[in-house]
Design a protein around this ligand. Sequence first.
Ligand code: PNS
Length: 163
Amino acid sequence: MKKKIAIYPGSFDPPTNGHLDVIERGLQLFDGVIVSIMHNPAKQSLFTLEERMDLLREITKTFSNIEIDSSDGLLVDYAVKRNAHAILRGMRAVSDFEYEFQMALMNRRLNRDIQTVFLMTGLRWIFISSSIIKEAARFGGDVSDMVPPVVYQKLKEKFPLMK
Ligand code: PNS
């Protein structure tokens, strides 16, 4: 039988406990998950691509059937190149819905063979995003229970005000 591979795309700037939660859930459903850092033209990143790749590799080093990669092209083309038939996205609150809905339908229009699968993040992470964590950290907020320890250390290097 064919292996079912999902692409989990995102900016991961930086990866959070919410991302990690989605990766773990995705690994329960698929034979393999390729976490791919992709370009979101609407966002300017704090961490370099190499930093984000290293962080993702570090926080998933105990997982099997996972690969960390990056691409600056179109997501559906990347999925075809990697023989994946699913795009995995985490869904938090209603506020995510419109953006995710639009992206999933656009991706479907671009390639009907690729399905988008949404997974609910754990309740504990429902309110967090990389953006809100960066905002809190920039002004000295304690975000230590929202990101893996290695990400927390990296954030501290960027934001000296952090506790
Ligand atoms: O974590 P993000 O920023 O919400 O992830 C968005 C991302 C990177 C998955 C999205 O911008 C993306 O797919 N970029 C690659 C270019 C592309 O294919 N865009 C989708 C057309 S709808």
